[in-house]
Design a protein around this ligand. Structure first.
Ligand SMILES: [Zn+2]
Length: 74
């Protein structure tokens, strides 16, 4: 059994439970509970806010790549 949920960043245990996710009021970050099962090292766990940023970057990169491919095809 895992220890009580806590913030992977500041180790704060006074988190706000949303069911599938929880919020750390100190870091102002939201984490997904399933990530604690996925990662052995909790420093690998990303906040939802950070995941959104990564998705944005990946999307921008793949759009750039598509632009480039389209230019070659023209
Ligand atoms: Zn925290």
């Amino acid at each position: 059994m895992k220890e009580k949920l806590h913030c992977p960043r500041c180790k704060n245990k006074k988190i706000i439970d949303y069911g599938d996710t929880f919020d750390c009021p100190l870091c102002n970050l939201e984490f997904e509970k399933k990530d604690f099962e996925l990662f052995d090292d909790e420093s690998d766990i990303l906040a939802i806010e950070e995941k959104v940023e990564i998705v944005k970057v990946l999307k921008t990169n793949s759009e750039k790549k598509n632009e480039h491919t389209n230019r070659i095809l023209d």
